[in-house]
Design a protein around this ligand. Structure first.
Ligand code: CO
Length: 134
């Protein structure tokens, strides 16, 4: 069921500053910022060859990463995103084995225009897991 690592996401307090560090200090290719109001974040992606790093900044009042940044003011690792072939089949299999799917359990459109879901960190060793249909 589990496919490749699509990205590792870091929540950051200042997206422009973080993007500049990845671009200028680390010499990586960084995409233009993309606002995702449905997810309450603005994102950029850093291409590191074998996967990507997603940098996340809160967008709007009810951003799901606001509380995370309160606890981790300088930023931190927020989630891992794994690819799956069929997100509905993956969700049903995970729910049947007792894993908690966040939100209403229906896939939303993610940053790459593909369906995504998030899984409760307490069911995956303290790490928030995103699934993206490849
Ligand atoms: Co993500």
């Amino acid at each position: 069921m589990l496919g490749r690592l699509n990205h590792v996401a870091l929540a950051v307090p200042d997206l422009a500053a973080a993007a500049a560090v990845y671009r200028d200090t680390l010499g990586a290719h960084v995409t233009a910022p993309q606002a995702l109001p449905e997810h309450g974040v603005t994102v950029v992606f850093v291409d590191v060859g074998n996967t990507r790093i997603e940098l996340l900044e809160p967008l709007g009042e009810a951003s799901p990463i606001a509380a995370f940044l309160e606890k981790n003011p300088s930023g931190g690792m927020h989630h891992l995103c794994y690819e799956v072939d069929d997100i509905v089949a993956a969700r049903d299999r995970l729910k049947a084995s007792g894993a908690r799917v966040l939100g209403d359990g229906k896939p939303k459109t993610g940053a790459h225009g593909k369906p995504v879901l998030f899984l409760h960190p307490k069911d995956f060793f303290g790490t928030l897991v995103e699934l993206e249909q490849a």
